[in-house]
Design a binder for this molecule. Structure first.
Ligand code: ACO
Ligand code: ZN
Length: 226
């Protein structure tokens, strides 16, 4: 019985051949020439985008055993702005955002998490805001996610119609797929709270997520309650 089950599993893997690239994290089918081509196209461009060579001036706002967080401001040198843009483009691409421009580029602060392998594995863009609409809890409709998975994951979340006071809007938050669930997003947000407004520590309520994805909502819900 056990052997039979194993055979079926092997056959399935052979047929679909899903592989996760251990450097770029892309999931693709190695047996499929078109998939292979797409991976090759993506791989180097992605790694170039997140590669961090070190800067003459780095605004280090937090340090950890497994990396550090740099803050990039709108008036920083070109090389810093360019790296922030490159990583933001990678994040936007994954989030399916079309336009890369920010709503208020002159006030946006970009936080980059650099790991010990000199890769930018986290990116967060924070902008000053006055008010925000709270995301409302959704009843659990995820009971059996099959082919509606895609629709479900891209559904617009329900927002309250009553604006609430907020000071800092998170317009993007992204962590490299192979570096998730290691507290990188949590540490970036904690750092935003202590460094976004000079001389004051923001509460969790004073931070708002713009238009969160399902991943973003799961993370935000957890973050707000802890
Ligand atoms: N599913 C369930 N719970 C989650 C998930 C998830 N996918 N991600 C985070 N959490 C919860 C967990 O409780 C987690 O704690 P645990 O690992 O001890 O269980 C807690 O949040 C803290 O998670 P972190 O490790 O700090 O989060 P991470 O570094 O993995 O980053 C993020 C989370 C940014 C959402 C990441 O999954 C990501 O980049 N996703 C793709 C891009 C995306 O959707 N970004 C949000 C867009 S919304 C916006 O930009 C405003
Ligand atoms: Zn790859």
């Amino acid at each position: 019985k056990q052997d039979g089950d194993q055979l079926i599993i092997d056959a399935g893997q052979k047929q679909f051949g899903a592989t996760t690239c251990s450097s770029c994290g892309m999931v693709y089918s190695a047996d499929n020439p078109e998939d292979n081509f797409q991976h090759t196209q993506f791989h180097q461009r992605f790694l170039d985008s997140i590669k961090f060579v070190g800067w003459k001036k780095e605004r280090v706002v937090a340090e950890f055993w497994d990396g550090k967080i740099l803050l990039v401001m709108p008036d920083d040198p070109k090389y810093a702005i360019k790296k922030a843009e490159d990583v933001r483009r990678v994040a936007d691409n994954e989030l399916g955002f079309q336009q890369v421009t920010l709503s208020r580029p002159t006030q946006a602060k970009t936080y980059l998490f650099i790991n010990t392998e000199r890769l930018v594995v986290g990116c967060l863009v924070a902008e000053p805001i006055r008010q925000a609409y709270r995301v409302l809890e959704q009843p659990d409709r995820h009971k059996d996610m099959t082919k509606d998975d895609f629709m479900e994951r891209h559904r617009a979340w329900c927002c309250s119609t009553v604006p609430e006071q907020a000071l800092c809007g998170i317009s993007r938050i992204w962590v490299f797929s192979l570096a998730r669930r290691q507290g990188i997003a949590t540490r970036m947000l904690d750092t935003v709270r202590s460094t976004f407004m000079y001389g004051s520590h923001l509460t969790k309520e004073e931070i708002a997520f713009s238009d969160p994805t399902p991943d973003g909502k799961l993370f935000a819900t957890k973050y707000s309650n802890t």
